[in-house]
Structure formats: C-alpha cells, structure tokens
Write a protein that binds this ligand. Structure first.
Ligand code: BG6
Length: 462
C-alpha cells in the first residue's frame, strides 16, 4: 500500500495509563493508602461529581480482557505505572505478594501478546505513610523511593526493558505545592523548589541503581510534559518572559535529567527571589553521572506568554507568574470539548529542540491526546464516532513524521489513553480513550478512533 506517512521499522505504537487512574481495587488485596485515597476521604467534594479513585475502569480485574483489546487494535507497546502503595503498602518495608502476582501477570500477559511493557515508577501517587513523613520534601522519602525502585527492577527487570522514574514530575510541584490543586494543597514557592529538587535527586538515584544492576538491553528514562513556551512577540521583554517560563516548567527537569546539570539562569533567579533548596554533599555529582537513556515526551498544548503588564505585589507569595503573563493569542485553535489549545507543530518544535540542544536523546511521545466532555453525545450505532480524535492524532503524527525526516531520534507514539479513566480531580469529566468504558457496568467498547489507529499501527503509517 502506498503510504504518505511511513514510520521507521520498529516504531512503537500504543497508549499510556497510570495505576491510580485505571486499576481500581484501591482497598483490596493488601494495597496501602496513597494520597488520593486519603484526600478523597477528607474532601470528596473536591472531585468532579464526588467520584473517587476506588471507582475506575477496574483494570485490576479486567486486565486480560484489556490486553486482548490492545492486541486487537494493533498495540505493540503499552505504558502502565506501578502503584507504590499496592506493592509496598507503607512505602518501605514489607512487599505485598498479591501485588507482585498482579504485576507479574500483567507484564507476562502483555509480553505473551507481543506487547512491550513500558513501566513507570511514579505517577502522582505518594503512599500516605510517606506523605505523612513529609513526602517529596523529605530526604528519607527519597531514600524510600530508591528502595522501591530497586525492588521493582529486581522483581520485574528480567522482562521489563523500558523503565521510567517519574511521569510529569512538575505536576506534583505545581499542583501540590504552588496552586492548591492536589494534596497536600500547600502554596509555598520555597517548599515547591525543594520538592522539585528532591524529585530530580530521586530520579538520578533510581537511574544509578538501575544501571548498577546491568540488565541486558534495558533502558531507563523519565517522562516530562514538555510545554513549548511561545512569546507573544519578538520584543525582548516577551522573549525573556517565554525563556523564564521555559526554565520553570521544562528545563528545571529536562536539563538535570538529560544534561546532568541545572541551567545557570534558573539558579540565579531562584537565588535572587527565594532560597536555593537544601543540597546534600555529592548530589550534584550524582545528577551529573546519572542522566537518562531515554526520554518520554508528553505533549498536549503550548504555553503562550507575554511580559508582565503590571508590577507584581511583592507582599503576595512568590509564584512563577511573577515573571510572565499568560497570552491568549487571538485566533488560536481550541479543543472546544475540553478547553485546551491545539497546536500540532508544538510536537515538532519540542523534538527539534531535543535534537539541537539535548544530544538528540532517544525519545518517544509518551502522551498526546484529546479530552472530550460528555463524549456519549457522539454515540451513533452503538459506537462513539470520535472523528475529532482521529483528526487530532493524524495531524500530530504528520508533524511527528516531519521531525523524523529532520533527523529527530523519536521512536514511538503513545496516546493518552487506552480507555476512558479516572483523571484525578476531574474524575470522569474528560474522556481520552480509544475505548469507552461504561463506568457502571465496566463494559468496554471500541471508539471509531481505535479502528482507525489499528490500521495506522498495522501499516506503520497512514
Ligand atoms: C496528563 C496526565 O497530563 O493529563 C494524566 O499525565 C491526566 O494523568 C491527563 O489524566 C488528562 O488530564 P485532564 O485534566 O484533562 O483529565
């Protein structure tokens, strides 16, 4: 078949998920509590329609059926995360053997079906006991994470060849320590800086442990939501605003993870306006010597900024937004079903930046997707006719293809997400899956996009 967009041999086609969002069984089979279980008990009204993490698509009991569906729609790879509090209920110490059996079964089942497991260690789900010790602010918790990572590698590393230390580590920083969106609902720039820094140290420690175990053919990386930062204009003040937003939201993780060091300009800004985090002896060498092998790129939308129009109130708490204002660019294309901007070329700009400034590190698109509210309204002939999602994916894939032609080292595309799932505060508000899930009966059905994607992955292009 003549294809306009043919992808390289061995390209990874699949989708991504996270444990808390799909597993369900939050209080079953020895799982310990994490911050989501706890926060829902405290303030269920903070969650859309009061729906909490117990009630998800229930992958825990449906994984065999789900893996069959993955195979049916042509997946050759699939991302899960391990629930730290399922595997080690208190965060450190005793390992829950029922969790070991569950993850072994999922991994083996994926491999038996020709689907490469991509496994992430941390997707926003701190065990409650460790949060009570200070969460990512605490160096003891960093050590507990290192122990957890080692146990995962030893248990599953004989079969799992793609590991990730964190998904979107900026999110717990922003949502949990700056903007009062996630638990522990702290608003404090200095504490946020410590959390960000400790996460970078934790990631480097996991990379160090993984490499020391010398698994054959295994790679370890990190997954970052890289949000290209576009200035309103070429005016120096707008350019500076965009550069600072890039430092705060992208480079604070990208540079240490891939280059092994922090950007000097970021250090200067933190020093000038706040305090540097507490740095332990040896940390900077650890970061320098333990860069990642592979990078997952989550891309949804760009960040558009302009220079600040009014002086900031120096009495208010320090925030990244002291340095730039959001820019609502006239005429930008919006996802009218979710409210996020759609800018397909962003994917190309990110990958070119990785090629030019980050040693063309091996990468893959680890999340990209289109959330839709009330998606049942598009049901016809018992199927969700999500042509908008097909167009969204297709247009992003065109730019991805262009980036490969330009020499970018990008090896795959994973949609967020496989099946509609529970999305934190938004619960089931926005649907992203190839597969729709009836939340009451847990019945799964293929959306039109799943059928389209089957052809794309089977043909390795379109
Ligand atoms: C991604 C996260 O950034 O956004 C996912 O990694 C999340 O965990 C997804 O579910 C969609 O978010 P929302 O807010 O549209 O439900």
């Amino acid at each position: 078949m003549e294809l306009s967009y043919k992808f390289p041999e061995g390209f990874w086609w699949g989708s991504a998920t996270s444990a808390t969002q799909i597993e369900g069984a939050a209080n079953k089979d020895g799982k310990g509590k994490n911050i989501w279980d706890h926060w829902y008990e405290l303030e269920s009204n903070r969650f859309f329609n009061n729906v909490g993490p117990e009630s998800t698509s229930d992958f825990y009991h449906h994984y065999k059926e789900d893996i069959r569906l993955m195979k049916q729609i042509g997946h050759n790879s699939f991302r899960i995360s391990i629930s730290w509090s399922r595997l080690i209920p208190s965060g450190r110490g005793e390992v829950n053997q029922r969790a070991v059996s569950f993850y072994n079964a999922v991994i083996d089942n994926l491999i038996d079906n020709g689907i490469e497991p991509f496994v992430n260690l941390y997707h926003f789900d701190m065990p409650l006991d460790l949060q009570n010790e200070g969460g990512w602010e605490s160096r003891e918790v960093v050590e507990a994470y290192k122990g957890y990572a080692k146990i995962c590698f030893e248990l599953f590393g004989d079969r799992v060849k793609k590991w990730f230390t964190f998904n979107e580590p900026i999110v717990p920083v922003e949502a949990g320590y700056l903007y009062n969106i996630h638990y522990p609902n702290i608003v404090d720039f200095k504490r946020a800086t410590q959390v960000a820094y400790n996460t970078v140290v934790a990631s480097a420690k996991a990379v160090e442990v993984y490499h020391s175990l010398q698994f054959k053919d295994g790679k370890i990386g990190i997954i970052l939501n890289l949000t290209p930062s576009y200035p309103r204009s070429d005016h120096p003040a707008d350019l500076k605003a965009a550069r600072i937003a890039d430092l705060f939201f992208n480079r604070c993780f990208l540079d240490p993870a891939v280059l092994g060091k922090y950007p000097q300009e970021l250090i200067e800004i933190i020093k000038e306006y706040s305090e540097l985090p507490l740095i332990h002896d040896g940390d900077l060498d650890l970061i320098k010597n333990n860069t990642v092998d592979i990078l997952g790129v989550n891309y949804y939308q760009p960040r558009r900024v302009k220079a600040k129009e009014y002086a900031v109130n120096l009495e208010s708490p320090l925030m990244p937004e002291w340095f730039f204002d959001r820019y609502e660019m006239p005429g930008r294309k919006m996802n009218k079903y979710r409210g996020w901007e759609i800018y397909e070329k962003g994917i190309f700009d990110i990958l070119i930046n990785l090629k030019d400034n980050y040693g063309n590190i091996e990468s893959f698109i680890s999340e990209n997707g289109m959330g839709v509210e009330d998606e049942e309204r598009f049901m016809q002939n018992e199927q969700i006719q999500d042509d908008y999602r097909i167009e969204f994916i297709r247009e992003h894939l065109k730019w991805l293809h262009k980036s490969i032609e330009a020499g970018c080292n990008v090896k795959g595309y994973h949609l967020w997400t496989f099946m509609d799932n529970w999305s934190w505060m938004n619960a089931y508000k926005n649907r992203y899956g190839f597969i729709s899930v009836n939340i009451e009966t847990k019945e799964r059905s293929l959306k039109k996009s799943a059928q389209w994607f089957t052809e794309v992955s089977r043909n390795n292009g379109f």
